[in-house]
Every structure is written in C-alpha cells, then in structure tokens.
Design a protein around this ligand. Structure first.
Ligand SMILES: NC(=O)c1ccc[n+]([C@@H]2O[C@H](COP(=O)([O-])OP(=O)(O)OC[C@H]3O[C@@H](n4cnc5c(N)ncnc54)[C@H](OP(=O)(O)O)[C@@H]3O)[C@@H](O)[C@H]2O)c1
Length: 268
C-alpha cells in the first residue's frame, strides 16, 4: 500500500529515543522530511545520525532540534525552524517522556503540575503553535497524532500522573478533531501499551525500588496482561502511528487507537 507520505513534512517531538524516534524512522522510510526534537543536544544529534544510517535518507531529510516541549518558546522556535527548513508542515506528532510513578500520598502539588505540563499542556501548545502551518498544508494533507497511553482507557495504579494527564489529552483531541475536521485536518491519539523502550526500563526499575518485586517479574506481569502475552516493539507501534498519519487514513479522525497487544480488556 502506498501511504501517500512521500514528500510530506513532519515534526516529531520526544524523538531522541523510543516511540518518537521509531515514528521518525518509519516516516523517513516513507519519503518524508522529518524534524525531530528532544531536550538534550547530544541525544537528538545521535538520534539523527542513527536515523540517517538505518534509513539511508538524504542529509537534508532529517532536522534535529533541541526543544523542551514544556517551554512554549522552545516549541515556537522549533516549529519555525522546521517550516523554514522544509517550506511547510503536513504532520505533527506530539510526544514527550512519561511522568514518575507514585501513589496518592507520594505526589505533591508541584509533581502533579509538572506532569500536566509534560504530557497535557505540551500537547495543547504544540497543536496551537503548529496549527497555522498545518492549515496552510491542509489541501495537500495535514494530520495530527498525539502519543497518549493505554492508561487513558484503563488507568494503571501507581501511574496516577499518566492516567490523569492522558485523560486530558483524549478530551482535547476529540474537541480539536471536531473543530478542525471541516478544514480537512485529521486528529487522532495513539495509546501504546507496554512497549520495550528506555521508558519501560525506567518504569520497571522504579517499581522494583518501590515494591521490591524483581524486574523480570514486573516485565513478565506486563507481558501476561496482554492477549498476545508479550511486550510490544517500537516498530510495531510506529507502523500503526505511520498509518494513522498517512493519506490512506484520511477518513479516520477523533479516534483513540490502542496498540497494546490486547492489554485493554474493554470491548470498545
Ligand atoms: N513505552 C511504553 O511502554 C509506553 C506505554 C504507554 C505510554 N508511553 C508514553 O509514550 C511516551 C513516549 O514513551 P517512550 O517509551 O518512547 O519514552 P522514552 O524512551 O523515555 O523517550 C522519551 C523521549 O522524549 C524526550 N523527552 C522527554 N522529555 C521531553 C521534553 N520535556 N521535551 C522534549 N522531549 C522530551 C526524550 O529525550 P530527551 O531526554 O533528550 O529530552 C526521549 O527522546 C511517554 O509519554 C510514555 O509515558 C510509553
């Protein structure tokens, strides 16, 4: 299937590793020009080098940018640089790191605010700031994909911060899809289940420190919670994300697509 992504331009946030970098890889392989961002210069430059190597893309197809998505000014600069380098923007992927674990007595107001800044406010700001450029591209395909979490559908004990901020993302995405649907821009969320990345390793280490449960037992429990009885890979996640961003998904909007090997147990 030709996804119709050849020659399109994309901004992928939180892309020095993990799910963001995997989406960037797929988009490059489809012929997109892709701006990738993260907070740390060394990591985002290493990611750009790695992406060039594995995809064989032209040097000017990948633009590494330092941008902390919790800072509005950083987002403005990064989106501006992307538009200047690529001449426009078709695809926006909102993404960042995940919040810490903790139960109700572990989390103070400052920690709650930081988590909402990291996963909810950053998403809203990226969409607000990129929207004018996406509107210009709409006749030639424009799409927004927000990386959320399975915790938006099935809250995870000890991941309160994720459960709450992702619920906000889902509400924002649905409203935005209604508002800008008439302009031809699709808006979807993608909800990863347990997927092997740095984030998942940090999560198991943190739970191990809090509960004493061995890391391999924690990971075996995650695998067992899915219908497929395993943890997912970045590439499996990125394939679904790339389809949702593609021209072939042009009648899919306002949807929350779970990529979790069947871990969420609800029928719908
Ligand atoms: N992997 C899973 O199993 C899973 C499951 C459900 C939900 N999720 C969610 O999916 C998202 C991505 O997860 P992942 O597994 O890919 O995590 P990851 O491997 O830790 O990657 C996170 C990426 O985001 C960047 N980042 C972190 N904070 C940022 C900020 N403030 N501004 C810009 N970039 C930032 C990191 O780079 P720098 O450090 O260089 O900034 C890194 O490139 C997270 O929100 C996570 O909670 C993941």
């Amino acid at each position: 299937m030709d996804l119709g992504l050849n020659g399109k331009t994309a901004f992928v946030a939180g892309a020095s590793s993990g799910l963001g970098r995997a989406i960037a890889k797929e988009l490059l392989q489809e012929g997109c020009r892709v701006a990738i961002c993260s907070r740390r210069q060394d990591r985002i430059h290493d990611a750009a080098l790695w992406l060039r190597e594995v995809t064989g893309c032209a040097v000017d197809h990948i633009l590494p940018l330092v941008c902390d998505v919790t800072k509005e000014q950083d987002i403005r600069h990064a989106i501006d640089k992307t538009i200047k380098a690529f001449g426009g923007l078709n695809l926006l992927v909102t993404n960042a790191g995940g919040p810490p674990t903790g139960l109700i007595d572990d989390l103070d107001a400052k920690t709650w605010r930081s988590a909402l800044e990291l996963n909810l406010i950053s998403t809203i700001n990226m969409c607000r700031i990129a929207l004018p450029a996406l509107r210009v591209s709409a006749a030639n395909h424009a799409s927004i994909l927000m990386v959320s979490s399975l915790s938006a559908k099935q809250p995870i004990t000890s991941l309160y911060l994720s459960n709450v901020s992702r619920a906000g993302v889902q509400g924002f995405a649905k409203g935005l899809s209604e508002e800008i649907g008439p302009e031809g821009i699709t808006v979807n969320t993608i909800l990863p289940g347990y997927t092997k990345t740095d984030r998942l390793s940090h999560l198991s280490e943190s739970l191990n420190a809090q509960t004493g449960t061995p890391i391999d037992e924690i990971e075996a429990g995650w695998a067992a919670s899915s219908a497929l009885k395993r943890i997912g890979t970045e590439d499996e996640f990125a394939a679904a994300a790339t389809f949702l961003l593609s021209a072939r998904a042009s009648f899919i909007t306002g949807q929350a697509v779970v990529v979790d090997g069947g871990a969420v147990k609800s029928i719908l």
